[in-house]
Design a protein. Sequence first.
Length: 141
Amino acid sequence: MSKYLLDTDICVYYLRGKFNMRDKVKQIGKSNCYISEITIAELTYGAVKSLNFQKHKADIVTIEHLFSIVPIYQSFAKYAEERVRLQKSGLLIPNFDLLIGTTAVVNNMTMVTNNEKHLSRINGIKIENWTKAKYNKFVTP
């Protein structure tokens, strides 16, 4: 079975019960779904910025227990290569997006995101957008 790297937005949809993400994860199998260390950083930033830190901190713990966390250090060379390429082409994307996306590429995972616009710029990336019925039978078209 394929391995899936869930972007931060997908984790937020999971926590909020949107797009029937819990059903999709159950169908795929939690053991086939992973998150990046960067996702934890982004979720933590959101929690600190929010008016309800304790609730969002608990959400982070939930995500950390649900999915294995993939370290980013093995993707640094690919990140640097892609950043230079994208910068030269004038299509640079945010660093955190680039780190998460290159982590998916280096680990031969399918990137699951609703941010196709940015992440599709990364060479070699495979993307599925589970907010769309095409990839998620639990979403109504």
